[in-house]
Design a protein. Structure first.
Length: 238
């Protein structure tokens, strides 16, 4: 891992140099007071704080998404006989962390970019002036503000393309579903020893004691789905 300017370890594959430059320009080098506010003495350290904490979240969430992807891959590769009793719980928990963290990496980017944009154009990014409106900063409001302020900018187009991408849309929908229930398409097959008996579902077998579990994601093995999903997300995120 590489130590960023913020003092945070970034995961492999993170665009460290570009990220460090953006942080330096938006927070470190830029002055702390808007010239239009000099007579009122309005210090914008709060805006810098919002940018910094959002970008820190990007680093943290990206790193956690990669870590959980690797953890999930190891979990699903375990032979049944080597799986601990809480394997099912651990796998579901990691799957939840993966989608929440990956989606949050994008959302945190949008949030930070909104406040960075406010440093260049106060009139288009009015939510940054009122802490009670911070919760209104979303991918949608951020993209719309950039489209008005800089309609022909490459960054504006990239953000618009990302938000309209089917993969990003699916990522958000899966994250939302997992917040309320276990993974859609999660196949929970229970095999019980014949002497234990089956109260509902599953099947009887005399080959092994206790319960065993199998996991699939809409028919696609998790060991294949997770790394490919992370790779697609990183490609979309540049």
């Amino acid at each position: 891992m590489v130590i960023m300017r913020m003092g945070i370890e970034a995961a492999d594959g993170f665009p460290c140099d570009a990220f460090d430059r953006a942080y330096y320009e938006a927070v470190v080098r830029a002055p702390g007071i808007y010239s239009a506010d000099l007579h009122a003495g309005v210090v914008i350290t709060e805006v810098k704080t919002q940018i910094t904490t959002a970008l820190q979240a990007v680093l943290y969430r990206h790193r956690r998404a990669r870590e959980t992807a690797l953890e999930l891959t190891d979990l699903v590769k375990l032979p049944r006989e080597d799986r601990l009793s809480d394997w099912n719980f651990t796998t579901q928990t990691r799957l939840f962390e993966f989608f929440v963290s990956l989606h949050s990496a994008f959302e945190s980017s949008f949030y930070g970019l909104y406040f960075a944009g406010s440093r260049l154009d106060r009139q288009r990014f009015t939510f940054a002036d009122d802490p009670e409106k911070y919760q209104r900063v979303t991918g949608k409001s951020m993209t719309e503000a950039f489209q008005v302020a800089w309609p022909n900018d490459v960054l504006t187009k990239a953000m618009s393309d990302l938000r309209s991408d089917p993969f990003y849309d699916r990522l958000g929908k899966v994250r939302n579903r997992l917040a309320h229930r276990i993974a859609p398409g999660f196949e929970h097959r229970i095999t019980l020893h014949a002497e234990v008996g089956v109260t509902g579902g599953g099947s009887l077998t005399g080959r092994q004691e206790g319960e065993t579990y199998e996991l699939a994601w809409l028919g696609e093995p998790l060991a294949t789905m997770v790394p490919s999903t992370l790779a697609q997300a990183e490609e979309k995120g540049g």
